[in-house]
Ligand binder design. Structure first.
Ligand code: ZN
Length: 293
């Protein structure tokens, strides 16, 4: 099992820089990084580096670290006007161009939210049909580049796709080897996704595994959000890590990477180096404990 670092862990650490993260992830032994689009957009706009600088870093044969995913194309579904739909596809074109420069073969896609605020009250069926149609269009753009799409359901009430079973049903219906699910442990727990559905799933359709712990919060509570995430195994972490690992093994997860992703404000008080060092220790310990054989 290889180990990955997601910049959700350190995106707001002082003087954050994706380019620095690459060196630090390399230094502390990560195999992969998920680059957060919000960091890229913000830091490129500030002139810290260019996509080509990052591309040159990955192209350097001295470097072992690879980019696992572009994280993420956000709010891809339930667009109402042609203009909105075209904007999603234009964004995808830009992300594909960036991924080609970075040697990245996976784009995480995140569902839209806050339907009520837009005067919409879609059913699960309507959401599923829309997402399937959009993902089928997106695959056509990704296929020539060998880029895969990984749908990340998000465990909060306002999200249109907020449980594993809904994301998996969409991926099954799209039925493409290039479209899978991102299984984020926090998101799975936060809206009470069904272990029965995960246990019956085809592990090959899970492309990305986001590892984290979390405080124990009521399902769907408005204050149960990403900020409650913890390094796995920290005091107060309520997740059943053995069950996640054993289930992934049993269903044939082939992603071969365990990616740490927390968004805890306290951890942003660390320097980026302290944050990445700690993330590496915790991820290595997790893999040693649950994937030793
Ligand atoms: Zn995640």
């Amino acid at each position: 099992m290889k180990i990955g670092f997601n910049e959700g862990c350190n995106r707001f650490c002082e003087n954050h820089s994706v380019l620095e993260d690459l060196d630090l992830c390399e230094k502390y032994g990560f195999d992969y990084i998920d680059i957060q689009s919000e960091c890229l957009d913000r830091e490129i706009a500030a002139g810290k580096y260019t996509i080509d600088d990052l591309g040159a870093w990955f192209a350097d044969p001295k470097h072992h670290l690879k980019m696992l995913s572009y994280n993420a194309l956000i709010f891809f579904n339930m667009k109402q006007t042609q203009e909105e739909k075209d904007a999603v596809m234009a964004k995808l074109d830009q992300i594909i161009a960036d991924c080609n420069k970075l040697g990245c073969k996976m784009i995480v896609v995140v569902p839209s939210k806050d339907m009520k605020e837009r005067g919409l009250t879609p059913t699960r069926k309507e959401i599923r049909e829309d997402a399937v149609a959009v993902l089928k269009e997106m695959v056509k753009k990704c296929e020539p580049h060998g880029i895969r799409l990984s749908l990340e359901f998000c465990g909060e009430p306002s999200m249109t796709i907020n449980r594993f079973e809904d994301a998996y049903a969409i991926v099954e219906e799209v039925n493409s080897p290039l479209v899978g699910v991102t299984l984020d442990q926090y998101h799975f727990y936060a809206m009470g996704s069904g272990w029965d559905t995960l246990e019956k799933a085809d592990g090959k359709k899970i492309f990305v595994w986001h590892l984290n712990g979390t405080e124990d919060m009521p399902c769907g509570a408005y204050y149960n959000n990403d900020e409650k995430r913890l390094w796995p195994g920290e005091p107060g972490d309520c997740l059943d890590h053995k069950r996640y690992a054993d289930t992934l093994k049993k269903i044939g997860f082939e992603g071969d990477v365990c990616t740490m992703e927390v968004f805890r404000p306290d951890y942003y008080k660390l320097s980026s180096e302290e944050n990445i060092k700690k993330a590496a220790e915790v991820t290595k310990a997790h893999v040693a404990k649950y994937w030793a054989d």
